[in-house]
Design a protein around this ligand. Structure first.
Ligand code: AMP
Ligand code: TRP
Length: 336
């Protein structure tokens, strides 16, 4: 049996890079694995980033991330979808794992080094972050973790933490594997500067819930193949940002027409972008309509998350009992 687990940072409004690179895969894996697909909005991790210190901001970001994933098709009635802080066992297992994880291993984590180097004072939570992440995964004995490339090192550490626990206390946890999307889809930023990313600001991103007018305002001036100086110059859609987006949003026939039109200068860049807008609208309009409906019924979102937390607890509580009992905490086998 496969059990999938992934954690989603509540980082605000997701963009189409998140959608194609992550959110759509969660939905697909959810359709395959049902309740064995477990997705958690990791709000306990979030305040390691200064943007989530403010309480009102943290709860808004958490809610918005839940809403966006539900709008894309993550169904809390089918998969297990919940908020980390609502299942206390995450913190407890996180602490257990800090007991034996060498500080040296944590200090070697690339993400830690990168984040810590930009801070004057490093919170211990930033160092412990991957230990809590290991607890997230192992609490459900998950074996499959869909993540981006940057998280592979954390999953390796999770395997070591599982191995160490199993060695000390007997076979308990599987050693989970990271699964990267084949061909590691990488959506470029609309400003033409590398990968689309939140840290690069609004000029780089196309928000999943952004209005068509606002998307067009970014797409219209977006750079295309620099060889196309004049309308009559042929171009190469393989090296054009708009070509990349067509591959994501347009049907096969349109892609063929665009490829041919660009190479023969049969279509200008503005018309090519207008054709792209048709595909963008077709993909995003239903998602945005569902998001609006969910925003009008916040209790449905919160109810879905509570249901998810209850389902999660039915898996997490017995695993925690097993851990307490194996470690010799007095009275543990009697449960709570
Ligand atoms: P982040 O927004 O960086 O926290 O990433 C959340 C998820 O979205 C991760 O699984 C990333 O791999 C994925 N992701 C973020 N930006 C992109 C992008 N430009 N192209 C493809 N996937 C992305
Ligand atoms: N660290 C992950 C990120 O930055 C989020 C995360 C937390 C996670 N716990 C997890 C991902 C468990 C996979 C499994 O994106």
């Amino acid at each position: 049996m496969t059990r999938v687990f992934s954690g989603i940072q509540p980082t605000g409004e997701p963009h189409i890079g998140n959608y194609f690179g992550a959110m759509r895969n969660y939905v697909r894996l959810g359709e395959q694995h049902g309740e064995n697909a477990i997705y958690c909005i990791v709000d306990l991790h979030a305040p390691t980033n200064p943007h989530a210190y403010d309480p009102a901001t943290l709860s808004r970001l958490t809610f918005d991330m839940a809403l966006a994933n539900m709008a894309v098709g993550l169904d809390p009635g089918k998969v297990i979808f919940f908020v980390q802080s609502q299942v206390r066992e995450h913190s407890e297992l996180g602490w257990i794992f800090t007991l034996t994880t060498p500080v040296g291993e944590l200090e070697r984590m690339t993400q830690y080094k990168d984040k810590a180097s930009r801070l004057e004072s490093t919170p211990a939570g930033l160092l412990m972050y991957p230990v809590l992440q290991a607890a997230d995964i192992l609490l459900y004995k998950a074996d499959t973790v869909p993540v981006g490339e940057d998280q592979v090192q954390h999953i390796e550490l999770t395997r070591e933490i599982a191995r160490r626990f199993n060695h000390s206390y007997g076979d308990t946890f599987p050693e989970p594997k990271a699964v990267l999307e084949q061909g590691a889809l990488r959506v470029p930023g609309v400003d033409g500067h590398g990968k689309m990313g939140k840290s690069k600001g609004e000029s780089s991103t196309i928000g999943l819930l952004e209005s068509v007018g606002s998307i067009w305002a970014k797409l219209r001036p977006a750079p295309t193949d620099p060889a196309r100086v004049r309308r009559t110059d042929p171009g190469n859609p393989e090296i054009c940002l708009v070509g990349d987006y067509h591959r994501l949003f347009s049907d096969d026939q349109t892609v063929l027409e665009i490829w041919d039109g660009c190479r023969t200068a049969g279509i200008g860049c503005i018309d090519c972008k207008k054709r792209l807008m048709v595909g963008i609208e077709r993909e995003l309009t239903p998602i945005q309509a569902r998001a609006e409906a969910l925003r009008a019924t916040p209790d449905a979102v919160l109810g879905g998350l509570h249901h998810g937390a209850e389902r999660a607890r039915t898996i997490a509580a017995p695993v925690m009992d097993e851990v307490r009992s194996k470690m010799g905490f007095l009275g543990a086998s009697a449960g709570r």
